[in-house]
Write a protein that binds this ligand. Structure first.
Ligand code: ADP
Ligand code: ZN
Length: 524
């Protein structure tokens, strides 16, 4: 297409950037060809530009559905600073302001209109939208944070389910769904729930090269380590804690130690929360101590560190939360403080859930989190394998790659392990496989007569933790699979068979002080 060079010009003209980031150009070309789109890019990947630039190039108005008022206001403010005709309609405006904005829109003076989903579907608003479509034309409907439509996502919002009525009302207007949530289930849900038609799907790599990942053992005196970490890192940061109480305690301690810090959690009033957030975004305050209530839509590109002082609930949340660091592409640090005491706390919380299916899934998610924290493989490899993305080699930007543990050849052990999975007919989880290998006498083993298998007891020479280390590493390296239904049943793949046929060597990194985390108490 001859329009290609013009895209760079338009980018420079409207946003002042010289080049597209990876993936942006293709998305924009598809957007201009009037297709439905599903855009999956990690936080900081530059999603907004993917709908903003086409909106400016196309005739008419692009409607942007955005879930949070604060986020909407930030984005519109930033666009207006660039001289872009953007505005929003939401409940923060009085009726006079609303009317005048509506007139402005009907006059064809606006290119991007941000609205909250509940407003979009209100009775008064839809006739207005019809009028806009008639007079100036609606060029596209962009749905930001589209994972909110899915119960499988981490931020389900029932209002999002109603958005399909827009597709039905305006079947010819392209719908562009955007999200940073990577799991397959959520993707499928977005397509179905929003009624996307032959959508062109763009999935960017989830590798955030500029983020340094590390896990530290949480000890009684970890507060001192935390303080040092904050002092030695420049710029803003977020510290996540599990509960409001912990947020308040830590804020208090840090304030006492003269760190510029404010709290954020659901126990504060709306006003306090939005004030604290604004002060953080404007660099009035350097550090935010928060529960996960502080999250989606924090549009601060220069967060230099994200510390999890308590274990996150699952790896996806960890990826998203730590991913709030370094959206500007500059080097940033993600630190997780891990202790077995925290695991016990979460296990207790899980046991309090009433729905057994929910319990099961939560347990498996916790297991994945433990596997990440105790893993000896590249942290990036572990995270990306969770999203089904393969990353091999040394990333040189995580603790495990920078300070590698000694690597040992465990091919023989891997063959024993995988054959045991095969003998058990790929119907069991890791705990049972290890029991069989070690020749344990459990009820389950006698029930299935697994003590008669040729692999029964062939792994007595190694401890449970060693087998777990191997199993975990096989999963991370993609040499073994696991179901995600909560049962975590181990399944073989073609690479597993290569190992069993001696066509592939297996090396694993062996920690020296592996036992250390198992006796740790939570810090108070
Ligand atoms: P996302 O919504 O995917 O998290 P944003 O759209 O907020 O990411 O973009 C993250 C940052 O990258 C923003 O500060 C944005 O201005 C910047 N950015 C986006 N595209 C480009 C580009 N092509 N060149 C330079 N900076 C860009
Ligand atoms: Zn690494």
């Amino acid at each position: 297409m001859s329009q290609s060079p013009n895209l760079e010009k338009a980018l420079k003209y409207h946003f002042g950037y010289d080049n597209f980031r990876s993936g942006q150009r293709q998305v924009i070309e598809d957007a201009l060809s009037n297709r439905d789109l599903l855009i999956i890019m990690p936080t900081g990947g530059g999603k907004s530009l993917c709908f903003q630039l086409p909106a400016l190039i196309k005739k008419g108005l692009t409607v942007v559905v955005s879930p949070l008022i604060a986020l909407m206001q930030d984005q519109v403010e930033a666009l207006r600073k660039n001289g872009i005709a953007a505005t929003f309609l939401n409940s923060s405006l009085n009726s006079y302001q609303t009317r005048s904005r509506e007139q402005y829109i009907l006059g064809g003076k606006v290119k991007l209109l941000y609205v909250a989903p509940e407003r979009l579907l209100s009775e008064r608003f839809l006739p207005f939208l019809d009028l806009v479509h008639h007079q100036v034309g609606i060029s596209a409907i962009a749905i930001d944070e589209a994972h909110c439509v899915s119960e499988w996502g981490h931020d389900f919002r029932p209002e999002y389910r109603q958005l399909i009525s827009l597709r039905k009302r305006y079947p010819d207007i392209p719908v562009w769904a955007l999200t940073a949530t990577a799991t397959d289930r959520v993707r499928i849900d977005i397509i179905q729930q929003l009624g996307l038609k032959e959508a062109s799907i763009h999935i960017a790599s989830f590798n955030r090269q500029n983020l340094y990942y590390e896990v530290r053992t949480k000890k009684k005196n970890s507060y001192a380590e935390l303080l040092e970490l904050i002092r030695e890192t420049e710029g803003s940061g977020i510290i996540y804690c599990l509960t409001r109480k912990k947020v308040d305690e830590l804020t208090f301690k840090l304030q006492h130690d003269k760190v510029s810090v404010l709290p954020y959690h659901a126990g504060l009033t709306d006003e306090e929360r939005s004030q604290n957030q604004t002060r953080f975004i404007r660099d009035d305050v350097r550090v935010m101590v928060a529960t996960i209530a502080f999250g989606m839509g924090i549009n601060k590109p220069d967060v230099r560190f994200v510390i999890h002082f308590d274990i996150p609930r699952n790896l996806e949340s960890y990826y998203q939360e730590s991913g709030r660091a370094g959206r500007d592409g500059e080097a940033s640090r993600c630190t997780l403080f891990y202790s077995y005491g925290d695991v016990k706390t979460i296990e207790y919380l899980i046991s309090q859930k009433s729905d057994p299916q929910e319990q099961l899934i939560a347990k498996q998610q916790l297991r994945q989190m433990i596997d990440y924290a105790e893993g000896t493989d590249c942290r990036r490899t572990i995270q990306l394998s969770y999203f089904g993305e393969r990353f091999t080699g040394n990333c040189s930007n995580c603790d495990n790659c920078r300070h590698p543990k000694p690597v040992e050849d465990w091919t023989v052990e891997a063959m024993k392990f995988l054959s045991c999975v095969a003998r058990c007919k790929e119907k069991f989880g890791m705990g049972h496989i290890i029991d069989v290998l070690r020749g344990a006498k459990t009820q389950k083993i006698s029930q299935y007569e697994h003590d008669k298998l040729s692999t029964y007891g062939i792994g007595k020479d190694r401890g449970i933790e060693e087998w777990r280390l191997l199993g975990r590493s096989l999963l991370h390296q993609g040499l073994l699979e696991q179901t995600s239904d909560g049962y975590a049943v181990l399944k073989l793949n073609s690479l597993s068979w290569e190992v069993m046929r001696r066509q592939r060597q297996v090396s694993i990194a062996v920690p020296i002080l592996q036992k250390i985390t198992w006796n740790e108490e939570t810090t108070k």
